[in-house]
Design a binder for this molecule. Structure first.
Ligand SMILES: O=C(O)CCC(=O)C(=O)O
Ligand SMILES: [Fe+2]
Length: 335
C-alpha cells in the first residue's frame, strides 16, 4: 500500500500519516519515504513518542548518524541524539543547547566541510506559546531570483564561519572545546547546487554563518548575501510548523533553511535531534573547501585529514543505557 500523505497548507512540507516510527519500518517504506523526501524536503510525522534509540535507529535508515562537534549537547544515553532545550540539570547546567532565544535562518552543519545535511527533530516538551519553527524552500527561492541574481550566484562560493554562528548564541552555548574549534575552520560552499535526482537548482545559505563571498570585497559580498536572504525568505517560500508533543520533523538542510521563534525562558521546552550524512546520489550535499583565512594555525592538510577521519568513524553501536539527566527533574534555564 502506498504511503498516506498530506501536503501541508500550500507549502512544500508534507505530512506522512499513520506510520509508527517506533517500529522497524520495511525497506519498501523507507524507499518510498526517500522518494517522497526528494519532492518534499520537510516531512512531518505526528503522534510519535520515540525513545532516543527509536529516533536514532529510524534516522539512521537515511544515512549514517553524525556525532556533531557539540558533544556538550549530546544525550548521555545515545550521543548521536542532540538535546535542544532550555532545561537545566540539578547542578544548574544546561542539559542541551540553543536555550530559549530566537534562532535566525540557518542550515544545520553548514560550517562543516562536508555537512551532514539530514536532520530529524522531535518535540518532547513544549512551551504554551512561542518556539515555533519555520522552514524555507531554497529550491523555490532560487527559481524566484531575478535572472541577474541567478547569474551572479552561479559558481560563487560563500564563506561559512562557525565563529560567526557562535557569536549569535546565548551564554555557554558560545563556548566550545579546543577539539571542536580544530574541527571547524571557515569553509567555502557553493551558493547554488543542482539536485542529483531531478536536476533542479537550489540555493545553499545560512544567515547565521556566512560572512562573505569568495572573490568579492567584504562590502560587496555582504550586500550580495543580504540581497539573497531578503529574496530567499519571502513568506511564499516558508512553511511554519506549530509543534505538538510527539511531532517528528525530518528535513533536508541541502534544500532548506530553518528558524525558531523565541519562547518564555520560564517555560519548559525539550526537543531531540539527529543529524545524518546523506548520500550524494539522492541529495544535495555541499562538498566544501577550506576558506583562505581560517581561525587555526594548523596546516590545511592536517585539518583536511581530521575532517576525513571524523567522517570515516564507524557508526557507534548503541551504548548500554547510561544514567540520564532526566528532563522530568530538570528546571527551565534562566538567563
Ligand atoms: O528549536 C528548534 O525548533 C530548532 C532548533 C534548531 O535549529 C535545530 O534543532 O537544528
Ligand atoms: Fe537548526
Amino acid at each position: 500500500m502506498p504511503l498516506k500523505t498530506r501536503v501541508l497548507g500550500d507549502s512544500f512540507a508534507c505530512e506522512v500519516v499513520g506510520l509508527h516510527l517506533w517500529e522497524t519500518q520495511d525497506d519498501r517504506i523507507i524507499k518510498e519515504l526517500r522518494a517522497l523526501w526528494v519532492l518534499h524536503p520537510v516531512l512531518v510525522f505526528r503522534r510519535q513518542a520515540l525513545s532516543e534509540n527509536e529516533l536514532a535507529d529510524f534516522s539512521a535508515r537515511f544515512g549514517p548518524l553524525e556525532r556533531t562537534v557539540r558533544s556538550d549537547w549530546a544525550s548521555p544515553a545515545r550521543p548521536e541524539v542532540t538535546l535542544i532545550s532550555n532545561l537545566k540539570d540539578a547542578q544548574g547546567r544546561p542539559i542541551g543547547g540553543l536555550g530559549d532565544g530566537e534562532i535566525q535562518w540557518h542550515s544545520d552543519q553548514s560550517y562543516m566541510m562536508q555537512p551532514a545535511t539530514g536532520a530529524m527533530l522531535c518535540a518532547v516538551e513544549l512551551p504554551p506559546e512561542g518556539g515555533t519553527t519555520s522552514w524555507v524552500d531554497l529550491g523555490a527561492a532560487y527559481d524566484g531570483l531575478s535572472a541577474r541574481l541567478q547569474r551572479v550566484v552561479e559558481d560563487r562560493y560563500a564563506i561559512f564561519s562557525y565563529a560567526k554562528r557562535l557569536a549569535g548564541y546565548q551564554g555557554v552555548d558560545r563556548v566550545i572545546s579546543a577539539d571542536a574549534q580544530r574541527k571547524t575552520p571557515s569553509v567555502l560552499h557553493l551558493l547554488v547546487h543542482t539536485h542529483p535526482v531531478h536536476g533542479k537548482k537550489s540555493l545553499y545559505l545560512d544567515s547565521t554563518t556566512t560572512i562573505g563571498v569568495d572573490g568579492m570585497d567584504q562590502d560587496s559580498g555582504k550586500a550580495l548575501l543580504e540581497e539573497l536572504y531578503e529574496a530567499a525568505t519571502r513568506p511564499q517560500f516558508v512553511y511554519r510548523h506549530d509543534w505538538q508533543i510527539g511531532d517528528a520533523v525530518l528535513w533536508d538542510n541541502g534544500l532548506t533553511m530553518h528558524r525558531r521563534e523565541p519562547f518564555d525562558p520560564e517555560a519548559r521546552r525539550l526537543m531531540k535531534r539527529t543529524t545524518m550524512l546523506l548520500p550524494r546520489d539522492r541529495h544535495i550535499v555541499p562538498d566544501g573547501r577550506l576558506a583562505a583565512a581560517y581561525p587555526s594555525d594548523q596546516p590545511r592538510s592536517t585539518i583536511r585529514a581530521s575532517v576525513n577521519a571524523m567522517r570515516q568513524q564507524p557508526q557507534a553501536a548503541s551504548p548500554a543505557l547510561a544514567p540520564v539527566r532526566s528532563p522530568l527533574t530538570a528546571k527551565p534555564a534562566r538567563r
